[in-house]
Every structure is written in structure tokens, then in C-alpha cells.
Design a protein around this ligand. Structure first.
Ligand code: COA
Length: 260
């Protein structure tokens, strides 16, 4: 696939995905979503990729939302498909990825942009970032998982306040309410994201995948997350990473994990 809306680079086992529509504040049009789906699916299969960092081109925006010009004339059914595709092809595969995914939020993260960041496992924001779900100003509601993931991250009361007022909040306030994990200066954003990812990638890959699955299970209706944890915990014992981790500890050396 040729990528026209994304920049992709693999560095130190990390796939950096930069959404590259700076003149439109990196708004997610259909083509960008399709490219994201392809790049992510490819990365999940690629043994050279241990983790993924998603960011936006330029210093103004991470992603300023779904591309408003593309959904202006949609019918009821088309609107439903529009949301479904965003959920299933991009947001859900990020949320459920067995490889860790960090959002490096370098400016506006609005609407679909904040939904993209919330689907990631960890969010690090630059101090100039502004976050919000302004869909009600357009006569819409968040449609890429925002009503659910925002409530899960910050609680129902704060989620409703943000969604109903359509307010944008600054990075520091997002940190206070648990919407982002960390706030750093603009200059330090990429290095901080890279460093966090390298720390994660030094841990056992099979355990990372198991941990993501178990934590995600806490959010799935009708699934007993405690049972998923027990199951995943048990499975870890049958891996080379577990044997290597314990051996390295006992031998007082650094573990050399293979992800098997
Ligand atoms: N969809 C499509 N285009 C978008 C966009 C979006 N979500 N967000 C920004 N753009 C485009 C603008 O139309 C403009 O394009 P143009 O230069 O061809 O006119 C360009 O990006 C720059 O945006 P602009 O509005 O001029 O920048 P600003 O600094 O004045 O304002 C924002 C920045 C983020 C406050 C403003 O762009 C905005 O409100 N965007 C929409 C946010 C939104 O509602 N997102 C949720 C969508 S569901």
C-alpha cells in the first residue's frame, strides 16, 4: 500500500505512525482511516515491531477530529456505517492490540482525534495540547467510541460534562482527571514517548500481551475479567519468556526475552 496520509518509520522496534494532513489539522478522512487500518494490521504481524506510537504532523494538532467535510451529507444508514467502520477497523483494533500503543498528543485532540488517543493504551500530552469531544456543536455525538472510553477513563460525571458542554480542556486539566497519563513540554514529547515505549519493550512481550488482554477484559460486559486474568496468568507459565525472566532474576542478569 502507498501511504498518502501517514508517515511510517520503524526505529528501535517501535513503529511511529504520524498522521500527515497538517493543513487539515490531521483530520481523519476515509483514506486516512483506511491507511491506519492497513498500517496497524501490518504492524501486528511484523516481528520487527514491538510497539506503536501514534502522533500528528506539525506542532498544532494531534488530530482535530473526523473530517467534517466528508460526513456532511450522510443519511441515517450511512452515518451508522461511518461510525461502525471507525470503531471496527481502527479504534477497536488499537484498543485490543497485543502490542502496546502510545498516543503522543502534540496539540488539538478533538472528536475522533481524542477518540483515537483514548483507544491507545497510554496517552502522553504536550503542554500545548487541547482535548475535547465537541460533536454536540455539530448536532452529533462522539461516534468512534468516545462516549464509552471517556466515561471509562474519567467517570460518568466528568465524561458527561465534557461531552455536553463540548468544552476543550488543557493538557494539565486532562492530567488531573486521568484523561492523559503524563504531560511534558512540546520539545520533550517524542523523546518521552520513545523512552516510555523502550521501558515497556524491555519487559516480556508475552506478558505485555497478556496484561493488555486481562485489563481490557475489565471493560467487557458479560466477561469475568478475574477469570481472564487467571487464564492469562496460567498461560504465562508455559512461555519461554517466563522461564527466561525467572532465570535472569536468579542469575542476577538482564533478561533476554524472545516473545515466545
Ligand atoms: N474536519 C475537517 N477539516 C478540519 C477539521 C475537521 N475536523 N478541523 C480542522 N479542519 C481544517 C479547517 O477546515 C481548515 O481548513 P482550510 O484551511 O482548508 O479552511 C484547517 O483545518 C485549519 O483549521 P482552522 O479552523 O482554520 O484552524 P483554527 O486554528 O482556527 O481552529 C480548531 C482550530 C481545532 C479549533 C478548529 O479547526 C475546529 O474547531 N475544528 C473542528 C473540531 C471538531 O469539531 N472536531 C470534531 C469533529 S467530529
Amino acid at each position: 500500500m502507498t501511504y498518502e496520509n501517514l508517515l511510517l518509520e520503524i526505529k528501535d522496534r517501535v513503529l511511529w505512525i504520524t498522521i500527515n494532513r497538517e493543513s487539515k489539522l490531521n483530520a481523519l478522512n476515509k483514506a486516512t482511516l483506511a491507511e491506519l487500518h492497513f498500517a496497524l494490521s501490518d504492524a501486528f504481524q511484523n516481528p520487527e515491531v514491538g510497539g506503536i506510537i501514534i502522533t500528528g504532523a506539525g506542532s498544532k494538532a494531534f488530530v482535530a477530529g473526523a473530517d467534517i467535510s466528508e460526513f456532511a451529507g450522510l443519511s441515517l444508514d450511512e452515518g451508522r456505517v461511518f461510525a461502525q467502520e471507525g470503531h471496527h477497523k481502527v479504534m477497536d483494533i488499537i484498543h485490543n492490540s497485543e502490542k502496546p500503543i502510545i498516543a503522543a498528543i502534540n496539540g488539538f485532540a478533538l472528536g475522533g482525534g481524542l477518540e483515537l488517543a483514548m483507544a491507545c493504551h497510554i496517552r502522553i500530552a504536550a503542554d500545548n495540547a487541547k482535548l475535547g469531544l465537541p460533536e454536540v456543536t455539530l448536532g452529533l455525538i462522539p461516534g468512534y467510541g468516545g462516549t464509552q472510553r471517556l466515561a471509562q477513563l474519567v467517570g460518568r460525571g466528568r465524561a458527561l460534562e465534557l461531552i455536553l458542554t463540548a468544552d476543550m480542556i488543557a493538557a494539565e486539566q486532562a492530567l488531573q482527571i486521568g484523561l492523559v497519563n503524563q504531560v511534558v513540554s512540546q520539545d520533550d514529547l517524542m523523546a518521552t514517548a520513545a523512552e516510555k515505549m523502550q521501558k515497556i519493550l524491555s519487559r516480556a512481550p508475552v506478558a505485555l500481551a497478556a496484561a493488555i488482554q486481562a485489563v481490557n477484559a475489565s471493560l467487557v460486559d458479560g466477561v469475568n475479567g478475574f477469570e481472564v486474568e487467571i487464564d492469562q496468568f496460567g498461560r504465562c507459565f508455559d512461555t519461554e519468556d517466563f522461564k527466561e525472566g525467572v532465570a535472569a532474576f536468579l542469575e542476577k542478569r538482564k533478561a533476554n526475552f524472545t516473545g515466545k
